[in-house]
Structures are given as C-alpha cells and as structure tokens.
Design a protein. Sequence first.
Lengths: 165, 448
Amino acid sequence: MNIQFTAEKLLEVKDIIARYPDGKQKSALIPVLHLAQQEFGGWLDVPVMDYVASLLQLKPIEVYEVATFYSMFNMKPVGKYVLEVCQTGPCMICGSDRIIEHIQQKLGIKPGETTADGLFTLKPAECLGACGYAPMMQLGKHFKEHLTIEKVDAILDELRAAAQS
Amino acid sequence: MKLLLAKAHIPNIRSYEVWKANGGYASVEKALKMTTDEIVEEVKKSGLRGRGGAGFPTGMKWSFIAKPEGVPRHLVVNADESEPGTFKDRYLMEFLPHLFIEGIIISSYALGSNTSYIYIRGEYAWIPDILNAAIAEAKAAGYLGKNILGTGFDLEIHVHRGAGAYICGEETALIESIEGKRGNPRIKPPFPAVQGLWMRPTVVNNVESIAAVSPIIEMGGEAYSKIGVGKSTGTKLISACGNINKPGVYEIDMTISVEEFIYSDAYCGGIANGKRLKACIPGGSSVPILPANLLLKTAKGEPRMMNYESLSDGGFQTGTMMGSGGFIVLDEDQCIVRHTMSLAHFYMHESCGQCSPCREGTGWMYRILKNIEYGKGKMKDIDLLWDVQRRIEGNTICPLGDAAAWPVAAAIRHFRDEFEWHVTHPEEAQVRNFGLAHYADERTVVAP
C-alpha cells in the first residue's frame, strides 16, 4: 500500500495542526492518527506510524508510545467491520454477556478475533457512555443501542449485504 | 426545576435559529457587558460545584488561575465522559450544543482564554460534527472569532478528539493527551491553574459545569444558589441506567429523595420487569455501592436525598457519593460479585500503569474476583481482596487508584455474605445468583 495521504487529507492535516500554537504540532498527533487509521486499512502498521511521525516532525517512538496507549488505535489488522460491544457493569447487568456470546457463536470467533472472510472483528469494549441505552455496541462512527439477539442478527445481515454490493 | 434541559423538548433546538429564537445567546450578551471579575463573583455566589465528579466549587477553581504577563491562558472543557454509568455530557452536547457553546464563551471571557478546547472522548465520534456545526453558526452570528460583539474579546473553540482512555478524564492526563502524549497524570503541584496545557495557566471544567454557567449568568448567582439545599445548589443532571423502567438523563434540583427518583414515573419509573431493588451505585462506578436498605434510608433512619450531603451521609461506612451522577440500579437478579468483577476489569484495563499500586493492584483485584465468581475462591481471598484495595487507596498519583479500590471495598463491606456464599457454594453459584437476600430488609437504626 502506498502510504501517503491524498492532497485533500493533507489539507485536513494542515487544518488540524493550525488548531494548536506554533511549534505545538505534536498536539495534532491523536487526531492525525485517527485520520491515518481511517485511511490506511483500519489499523496502524509501523510504516503508517512512521509516516505520521514524519508529517508532524516527531520521532517514531513518540508516535508508537501514543498509538499503543489508546484503545481505539488498532495495532493489528481488523475486519472491515469492527463490532465493539460494551461489556462494563451497566451494560453487563442489562445483558451484554448474552450479546457477546451470541456474536461469538454466530461468527465462530472469540473476542479479539476476525472472521476468515475478513468481514468482522469482535472487540469487547469498556464503557462507551451509552449506559442508559444498554446493551450496545460501537460500529464505526456510530452506536447501535438497545441491542437484542434479533437486532444483532439484523445488523450482521445488513453488513454482509452491504459488503457484497 | 429545569435550567439546563428547559429547552430540550423544542424541535430543532440544535440549530442556531431555533436556539436564538428561544432566548439563546442572551447570557452571552449579558456577560460580555460585565467585567471578568463580576462573572467569577457570580459563579462563586452560585455555589456551583464541579459536575464531573469531584464536586469542587467552580468559582473557586477559576479564581486560582494565574495571570502572568504575556502568557496565554486556556479553558479546556472535559468532555471525556467515561465513568461507567455516566452519559449526561453526551446528551448536553448532542442535543443542546448552543447552551454548551454559550457556557464556553462566557467562561473563556471570564478566564481570559482566547483559544479554548473541548476534549471529547474519541468514541463519541459523531458529536464533533454537531459541535463544529454549532461553533460555525455561532461564529457566523458574531459570537465567536475576532472582537466578539465589539468588546475586543477574541475567541476560537477547537474540538479535540481523544482515542479511548478513561484516564484522560483526569485533568492532568487530559492535558498530556492534548499535548499529544500518553495520558499519564502529572504530579501536582504545579496545578493546571498555574502550569497546565503547554505549561500555560489552564482551567479544566466538566461539560455540565460549563453549561450551567449560562443560566447562572442569566438568573444571577444568588438566585441560582437558592435552588436546591445547603451546599447542593442549582440543578444536577443524573444519567439513570441499569434495571429500571425509564433509563435516561434527568435534571433534578437536589431536593427529591432517592426513593422518589427511583420509583416516580417522572424519573426512573421503578424497577424493570416488576423486580425488586437490590443495590445501587448512585454516582458513577467509582463511588461506593449501597444495598437497597442503606440507599433509601441513611443509617440514622432518615430518607436519603439526591444531593451531595445526603448521599455521602455516613461516610463510606454507610453512605456513598453524588460523584458524576451516573445512577446505576441493580435488581434482585444481579450478582454483586460478577458486577464488581466487571468493574474491576474496567479499572485494570484503564489504569495508565504509572503507579505500581494501581497497575498491579487492579489486576490482582480482577483475578481474585474472577476466581471467586467462577467457584475457585477461598475464604481468605475475600480478606486478600480487602487488603489489596486498601493498599491501592491513597497511594497513587491520581484518583484512579481510589476509584478502583472504592467499588471493591464497598461490595465487600455491604455484601460480604454474597462473597462468602460464592466460596461455600462454588457449584451452585455457577447456576444461580444469591438474589435479593436481606439487602432490602429494614435496617436496625444505628444510633448517631
């Protein structure tokens, strides 16, 4: 893969850096890593992190230590769709264990694994701030809330159909 | 009494036109005609206490900000809402962005911040779009940018997304994170008010605290302070969740009882599926869990109220805390050991790893709890668990250690029978829960 932001994305990077005082471009690191993860296959491979380091004039280690600290950054390849199911207390007492169990059985994968077709990764998550709408999962930019077994099945079918079209 | 959510029911209130047509930006107009000292004074008079969880008086926090000549100052709004059970700031930002922006403008003006940042948790990935749209609207209307309303005051607001780290809700970790580093809390002093973001004087305030500044300026600090009771002034957002009929975000004026909050149709609407109340964590997962009997009545036998003082009545022995207002209700079918294990896993995952007691202790607690939950625990494990939590509390740079220790301590303190039952009935504990037991029984009143 050619690791290089498009001209449009480079403008976005420039905009992000401009939010911070001169010489404080390191502050742009987390927002730019989000952008890089989105652009370069859903995870942060070492060459991607090195590219981000060069863009922000940082040492590669400054990028690695940050990327590995935050749970939204994936350090290994993930499926096209990452199912981040909340498993913390409030979701647990509303049945998140059953949801996670169901996804495992249905997709034949354990937490942290990706289906053989590369479509789905199951990534149990800690509290996502949707406790009143539990159980829930994060799917890309948005939350899927008030989950039931039926609702999960419908979501998976929908995603499969979307991937095929 | 609704101050923050008063306009939440109005269709399209998210848009600038509708917000403005309903009295929006009046508080900004009023504030920018006041001096900065007058605004700080109003906020002090209001008695507003930080709504993120610690409850520190906001006006006092503001008065600590250092003002060295020629050094920029910053307001940073803490929107890293990650405390399990808490989802009130999300509601404010998602549905009432202009109320929030108004609060930021007034607060920035009062503190002398010309560039303010909103640090929002990365998982709230759709909310920056809402905030940025509101910021653009406010800018187009002349409430942001250069020379706001001809006062000479300039302000830019930037939204900064985090990337999944509970610890970044701690103000110095949050500052480190904006600087593009790991979220490792700093040793205080120096406090952020003196050396914060990029070593400049910085105030970090919770979203709800900042939003409350708008009604405070509009009605005056004194009028605001008359709402509520004692040192619990104004209104508080409570995010209610768990086994209740009506989970959601409610605004209360801190004069109602816990019982009314749980059972009234105006709020939680009672326990779901006709079950009975077993326990509750009223202020986010870090505050002590209480069994039903101690939740509804204090040890003195008085009704427990939804305010800072009453919730903490009895200290940690028989009370709890208001915390962030993340109100988690557990019904009779819930297992306290399993629930505590889940929270212990959370803190283990979220410990930044800087301090040994927290880094190692949170893992110890999770593994011991897992053993007990899965029928492999011994009686002495309960004492070991108590010992581990005791050695974390107070021995770490930031409060995450305390936050991890308190839920475990409270679970053992109030539900020791249930832990022991897991040890003595390892097989039975795999197929059924301990149940409500005696936790809802009328308590013998403890003499003061």
